[in-house]
Design a protein around this ligand. Structure first.
Ligand code: SF4
Length: 740
């Protein structure tokens, strides 16, 4: 937990107090000769190492390091300093530890560029993989890979600037701590992978803006990354070796070179000339600058990897979720039921279908468009054939290894459960019946990021990119875990936003990652609130299971309806929980929600419910009393909800708005938005009543057929279905009377 709030710290400054360090007055003219370490993603002599599973993902990102450049420059600010700040903030948003920028020094160009030897093999291997995704265009993805994987290494001759991405190591896993079997000696690969993901997205973003750009990783590069870190003011020479303040040599690097002119950072002065208060004293010890501190920058400094960054061990565990699931009577429904699938096939009318054509509802956000390319390519790595030999089968040890690996890679919460048949869709995206192939589930949660949420209305021009960032992170990290399980001989699949066969909310409940909230299908986590995206890895490895949690949310949401009040589409119910398809939930109107998100003209998609919820917390020590009272004193819920409103929490914080309001048009141009930008503030005086809402729901009897062609929705029937929903008690009474 942090002691000092970062609410007044602009995002482009990042978590470390780099801006308080002394800098040279001129850029380095000559860079010293340095070693550029080799990092291998192949460890055949250590078959249980997670490194082996990271290899294809690193290769996929290296394959996408170049690409087509938009033919026109975007309508963005001309100021090189504003551009530099914007791109650094985007890098920090992607969870870089540090970002720096320099003019590209000729002495940092490699005479022999590095090429990842795994890329060609990956592209060849992918030709033989099958997918069942609704996101068609696999052929286009393959063509994209073939085109860029062999791109000309001399392509950066006209690049003038470099953006450097630095990722810090967490503590080294100890060989005798629970869950360390797979993750020892993998720090360099982990940091390289995370930095490469960031650089791949930023390079694509620059190309969408109309500037040439190329990502450089430790495995595929035209530039000397350690020299660039020195030039960009991230490291200094100390005893003949590059050293990063607060981190020493414990970091990994990636970079983007570009022809966009950017304001460079100056090199750092030697460590001996730096202010002691910033380097070692109170600024660093307490985090008075509002960012990372000696206490908080490595969440695993005092915690085991298997336990994760948040104190889940303090939560009350229960045998069953806090909301009723009538498991024997949960109907399996086709994947085609998903509202985005229904919109795509025209079930929700031509306006929605047109807004989704070509994924325009996503790619009209330029940052989301940049994330979307890699996200699409990773579909190809979600599943595969397991190795013929099974390596390990001790359920407790397996569970510890799985969770520790997830946390080491960078997920924010992980939980294991069984994967009952009723959590699987009945048919996949092509209409083929699904026979559940796996009986185990690993639920993973990715934080959507407090800082950016602070600056956003929830339905403006960053909203889609908030979702896509988390979806992409899961696709990389969940994909690696699934690959690793297959390497160990167990079948496994990562169920991503692009291609998933399971309903995620019940699996998150079973694995103790949250409780049902008023928002509806969103499971709320006690440490991240609803500010999350989830992903599931299903598998066949025997593991022990986590139990559901009870942190008092049911009482809290009964006393609070802030998300319903603030929802721009009026899709969240202000009424009580009801049974829907065998689950007790606050059933929202998914049709209204999806329609608003897809056709939103003042921004791109929407996540305003997560933005305004009182559980969307910064992670401050000062917030601990709220969480304690909300979790342990049910009677305090109405007071806490009112207090949250009185403090104006959930409003806009302009300090945190780092993104540009730009719209990526269908023709490719990136322009100023065509409609006024949503910039909503709270409406505490609005009294929303359930009886004034008209909501529609589509339970199993109203579900569409499973095939990929239209099946129009009948909203009148949906409204009647909503009126007919039963409470859990009514449902149980009917079941007891044999009427279900
Ligand atoms: Fe529950 Fe209030 Fe958050 Fe909605 S805003 S999910 S009602 S706590």
């Amino acid at each position: 937990m942090k002691l000092f709030s970062g609410k007044s710290r602009p995002v482009h400054l990042g978590p470390y107090p780099l801006e308080r360090l002394h800098r040279e007055t001129q850029p380095h003219v000559d860079l010293p000769d340095l070693t550029f370490p080799e990092v291998s993603f192949s460890a055949p002599h250590r078959p249980a190492s997670i490194i082996n599973a990271m290899g294809p993902f690193q290769a996929m990102m290296d394959a996408l390091r170049s690409g087509a450049v938009n033919s026109t420059h975007a309508e963005i600010p001309d100021d090189p300093l504003e551009r530099a700040r914007h791109l650094k903030a985007f890098g920090y948003y992607n969870d870089a530890s540090m970002m720096g920028i320099c003019a590209l020094p000729p002495s940092a160009l490699l005479t022999a560029p590095r090429t990842n030897p795994d890329v060609a093999a990956l592209v060849e291997d992918l030709k033989h993989r099958q997918t069942t995704t609704l996101a068609t265009g696999i052929d286009a993805i393959m063509a994209d890979l073939r085109d860029t994987a062999g791109a000309d290494a001399g392509a950066i001759a006209h690049h003038t600037h470099a953006i450097v991405v630095l990722v810090a190591y967490p503590r080294d896993p100890s060989k005798d701590e629970a869950g360390s079997d797979w993750i020892t000696d993998a720090q360099a690969q982990r940091a390289a992978l995370r930095a490469t993901e960031n650089a791949t997205v930023l390079a694509e973003y620059l190309r969408i803006l109309g500037f040439d750009a190329r990502a450089h990783s430790v495995t595929s590069s035209d530039v000397h990354l350690p020299k660039l870190a020195l030039a960009a003011g991230l490291s200094v020479m100390q005893d003949g070796t590059p050293c990063v303040p607060w981190l020493g040599q414990r970091f990994g690097l990636a970079a983007i070179t570009t022809d966009m002119t950017l304001a460079p950072d100056l090199p750092l002065c030697p460590l001996a000339q730096q202010p002691a208060s910033v380097l070692r004293g109170h600024v660093w010890q307490l985090g008075t600058h509002g960012g990372a501190s000696a206490r908080s920058h490595d969440p695993y400094a005092r915690r085991a990897f298997v336990d994760g960054p948040h104190p889940f061990e303090t939560l009350k565990r229960v045998d069953n979720p806090t909301t009723y699931i009538d498991a024997p009577n949960v109907p399996r429904i086709p994947k085609r039921t998903d509202m985005f699938a229904r919109g795509q096939f025209g079930d929700m009318g031509p306006k929605v279908q047109d807004a989704m054509k070509g994924g325009q509802h996503i790619v009209k956000s330029a940052p989301a468009s940049a994330q979307r390319r890699l996200l699409g390519a990773l579909i190809l790595l979600q599943k595969g054939t397991p190795a013929p030999t099974v390596l390990d089968a001790d359920p407790q040890r397996n569970a510890a290894n799985l969770k520790a690996a997830a946390y080491f890679l960078g997920v924010d919460a992980a939980g294991s459960s069984a994967c009952p048949d009723w959590t699987w869709y009945s048919h996949d995206a092509t209409g083929t019946p699904i026979v559940p192939p796996h009986d185990q589930s690993l639920g993973l949660i990715i934080d959507q990021g407090f800082e950016t949420m602070e600056g956003a209305s929830g339905d403006d021009w960053i909203s889609t990119a908030q979702s896509m960032r988390a979806y992409l992170r899961f696709s990389v990290l969940g994909g690696i875990l699934a690959q690793h399980l297959r390497n160990l001989g167990f079948d496994a699949k990562a169920h991503t936003v692009m291609d998933g066969d399971v309903l995620q909310p019940p699996l998150l409940l079973l694995s103790g990652l949250g409780e049902v909230s008023r928002i509806g299908e969103v499971i709320l986590n006690p440490f991240l609130g609803p500010r999350l995206k989830s992903g599931i890895v299903t598998h066949t490895m025997p593991v022990t299971h986590d139990k559901p949690i009870d942190f008092g949310l049911q009482k809290f949401c009964e006393a609070c309806n802030k998300c319903a009040r603030e929802c721009p589409s009026g899709a969240i119910t202000a009424g009580p929980k009801k049974m829907f398809n065998g689950y007790e939930i606050w059933k929202s109107d998914s049709q209204k929600c999806a329609t608003y998100r897809i056709t939103n003209k003042g921004g791109s998609m929407c996540g305003r419910c997560m933005k305004t919820c009182p559980w969307n917390l910064e992670g401050l020590f000062a917030e601990a009393p709220f969480r304690w009272a909300a979790s342990t004193i049910p009677a305090a819920a109405p007071l806490l909800a009112r207090l949250d409103d009185a403090l104006g929490r959930g409003g806009l914080n302009p300090v945190k708005k780092w993104w540009w309001d730009i719209e990526h048009q269908r023709g490719g141009a990136v322009t100023a938005p065509t409609h006024p930008v949503n910039a909503r503030d709270l409406q505490p005086d609005l009294k929303l009543r359930a009886e004034d809402q008209t909501l529609a729901v589509y339970p199993a009897p109203l579900a569409p057929h499973p095939w990929p062609y239209p099946d129009p929705m009948n909203r009148e029937a949906g409204i009647k279905a909503h009126a007919a929903l039963l409470t859990a008690d009514e449902h149980r009474a009917r079941s007891a009377a044999g009427a279900t």
